[in-house]
Design a protein around this ligand. Structure first.
Ligand code: SF4
Ligand code: SF4
Length: 319
């Protein structure tokens, strides 16, 4: 069919995912997102453009590679760092360092790095290629599992996401769409018949605060949630609980009230406690992590937040 060759840009496909919707799933991560959440766990998902990443642990040393990446860089952005002891104690390794202020993301260094210590985050693909990869996991899609299309924001690459969802639906696979809700309502209307469950973030109920935390206001996001609920969509609402940023009682109460107002469309509310696991990804891209002083919420606090949501009669759980 026509839709098989629609192009898209992704940065990962992960099998055996158990946190991206019901059952066991395979998740496709599209690259590019219109939001810039301060706590984003996947900085590589934010920009649509390819970016050079560096994983020092994979670097075998400029001596061994005969300066391959240093010579490949037209900007002089790569130089020798201090030598460090190899993990297996076999001697010193001449690691490299990158001056990100000079780097133009041309990816020439990634092209010559044999160990993929230097790599390009993201690659271009087609609906056909992704479908062929996903279908191999079909035997693992247990307990209501299937495929989740995530990001980044999958709706930012609408033709790819729409056609992939359609192709999967034609094959009888359960599909979740993990979305920020920040896209045109007509696009949600178009994709709705092919999505079994929307994983839908409500990050903050106050639009000014939402803009401070994510770069965009929340009006369109709340409107789209209501629109999907009215049109028969099924929603799993996800609420990030970030200490001092989203965890005020007022915000949690208003979020719970909003979820309640969506009626039976809301199948589950998940509270997502802040964690720091994405932090090292910022180092790989040479980015500054902005929430260095924020600690994960206490278990006791999360239990109280859970009780608050359940007190509204919502089917709520901790993620
Ligand atoms: S980054 Fe890659 S090419 Fe450069 S020294 Fe390390 S292993 Fe060699
Ligand atoms: S991606 Fe950056 S560091 Fe790598 S070759 Fe290009 S300019 Fe140099």
């Amino acid at each position: 069919m026509e839709y098989n060759n629609v192009a898209g840009r992704i940065y990962d496909i992960q099998g055996y995912a158990v946190h991206d919707g019901p059952g066991i799933r395979t998740t496709v991560f599209t690259k590019g997102c219109p939001l810039r959440c301060l706590w984003c766990h996947s900085p590589e998902s934010q920009r649509h453009e390819f970016e050079m990443g560096y994983l020092p642990v994979k670097c075998i040393g400029a001596d061994v590679c005969q300066n391959a990446c240093l010579d490949a860089c037209p900007e002089g952005a790569i130089s020798r760092d201090e030598a460090v002891e190899a993990l297996d104690g076999s001697g010193l390794i001449q690691k490299i360092k990158i001056d990100r202020s000079k780097c133009k993301n041309c990816l020439k260094c990634a092209g010559v790095c044999i160990t993929k210590a230097l790599y390009s985050s993201g690659w271009d693909t087609t609906v056909d290629q992704v479908f062929d990869r996903l279908i191999k996991d079909r035997g693992f899609f247990k307990n209501g599992g299937g495929v989740t299309i995530s990001g980044g924001e999958p709706m930012a690459q609408f033709e790819f996401t729409y056609n992939l969802a359609k192709r999967l639906k034609d094959s009888g696979i359960h599909i979740c769409l993990d979305t920020t809700g920040f896209a045109a309502a007509r696009l949600y209307e178009k994709i709705l018949p092919y999505i079994d469950l929307f994983l839908y973030d409500i990050k903050h109920m106050d639009t000014d605060m939402h803009r401070k935390l994510t770069g965009v206001g929340n009006e369109q996001i709340l409107q789209n949630a209501r629109f999907l609920a009215e049109q028969g969509g099924a929603l799993q609402i996800r609420v990030p609980v970030i200490p001092k940023l989203t965890d005020k009682q007022t915000n949690l109460r208003q979020t719970a009230e909003f979820c309640l107002s969506l009626g039976e469309a809301v199948k589950l509310v998940q509270l997502l406690p802040y964690h720091k696991t994405g932090r090292m990804k910022y180092d790989r891209l040479g980015w500054r992590y902005k929430l260095v002083n924020v600690e994960p919420p206490e278990d006791e606090f999360m239990d109280e937040a859970l009780e608050l949501f359940q007190g509204y009669g919502l089917n709520c759980q901790l993620h």
